[in-house]
Design a protein around this ligand. Sequence first.
Ligand code: MN
Length: 243
Amino acid sequence: MADLIAAAATPRIPVRNAAGGALGDFPVRRIYCVGRNFADHAREMGAAAPASKQDRGSPVLFCKPADAIVIDGKVPYPPGTRELHHEVELVVALGRDAPAGVLAPAAAMALVFGYGIGLDLTRRDLQAAAKAKGLPWDTGKGFDHSAPVSALLPADDIGDVTRLDLSLQVNGETRQLGQLSDLIWDVGEILHELSKLYALRAGDLIFMGTPAGVGPLQVGDRYLARLGDLLEYEGTIQPSRGT
Ligand code: MN
């Protein structure tokens, strides 16, 4: 049977090698996100940070729609908020389907295709109102243009991400700087936790959580996100388009 409406395009992220050469595109299936994965950020949001790995409970997980991806860095100021916040994050891209069952953290790393640097943009006022009422975060997190992400680098070109830092400048001023060795849940552990709840597939992205220093973005702001000295991604906040 023929489609009765036009199918929406699959969002695609360019993939480059370390020398900047274009390798092709990565089609996005789902976007998972991790909340409160740096102790300093958990504290700035008023949450308790776990004292130890044994004390950390379960990770905070949520989703964004795949078509929230922004490639060119241009983010229209979203509707319905007066408090758009930046959260710079490591982005993990999966290149293989997970086998059935729960993944062991070490085995889970074999699914990783590559990494990028991205922003988990947040309508903080809407998220705060939802939190206060014990309601879901969707309108605060899963909106149009809420997931700007850099080109991806293959995992082999990056090696061990825990030796890298991630940072965000806004208008030339450093707002966020974190060490990936400080993640409360590392990449393998998050894939293990996600595999208890979802069937992970090639094309899935995971935004790994943000360090301290989240704050507002205004129309006209320029941002520059960096993953070590391997990846840079820059963009601007554009006038609102409504929805
Ligand atoms: Mn986040």
